[in-house]
Write a protein that binds this ligand. Structure first.
Ligand SMILES: [Zn+2]
Length: 214
């Protein structure tokens, strides 16, 4: 994606996630891969006040490109670490309510719904806690996602989703929030039925060909 288009898309997506309640104030942060680096949201600026020029370009090693006016999100290490994985074109980090509540319990979310398979495994996993902004947190999330999962919870913190595009990563972040809401409500109603691994494997195969033919 061309840098100018990426800057506009990043701001628009940050605003949309904020408006839809996935983030609030200056919490959560987004990034997208561009030619020669990664464009990340700046630190401490609420989505409503963001301007496309506020985005910060980080080089492959995480150092800011010279000439940028803003400081990157405090979670820039979390973002940069996920781009080591092939196929990751965007990263969305949220403090959305349902996901953060589930992350506070610190347990993986089991297959209370077949769409768990869309995250890449048989659960929505949870990365162990580490201080926000730390390299330990960045590495813990990368290790939890490994080359398998497209999203995970972050213990006592929030959630992260990756995708080939910003739209795909954001859609995955919404799926995380929805699943955590289903999990909480289902437990309030009774003992949820957990789908077995063989069924999730069938779903995964089916999802691979979901949608309109190209
Ligand atoms: Zn955070």
């Amino acid at each position: 994606m061309d840098e100018r288009a990426a800057r506009i898309a990043l701001v628009e997506m940050a605003r949309r996630l904020d408006a839809d309640g996935l983030n609030h104030n200056a919490t959560g942060n987004l990034s997208v891969r561009i030619e020669g680096g990664v464009l990340v949201t700046p630190t401490g600026i609420p989505a409503a006040a963001l301007d496309p020029d506020d985005g910060v370009v980080l080089l492959q090693d995480g150092t800011p490109r010279e000439g940028g006016g803003r400081l990157p999100t405090s979670e820039w290490r979390l973002h940069v670490a996920q781009y080591r994985r092939p196929g990751v074109g965007a990263v969305v980090h949220t403090h959305s309510l349902e996901a953060t509540a589930a992350a506070a319990v610190g347990q993986p979310v089991p297959a209370v719904h077949y769409l768990v398979a869309a995250f890449g495994g048989v659960v929505l996993p949870v990365a162990p806690y580490a201080t926000y902004g730390s390299i330990e947190l960045a590495d813990a999330v990368a290790a939890t996602l490994s080359d398998r999962y497209r999203a995970c919870l972050m213990a006592s913190h929030g959630a992260v989703a990756v995708g080939p595009t910003l739209a795909a990563a954001a859609a995955r972040a919404r799926d995380v929030e929805w699943l955590c809401g289903v999990w909480r409500r289902a437990r309030a109603l009774g003992e949820p039925v957990i789908l077995d691994d063989a069924e999730l494997e069938r779903v995964r195969e089916q999802l691979a060909s979901y949608g309109q033919p190209r």
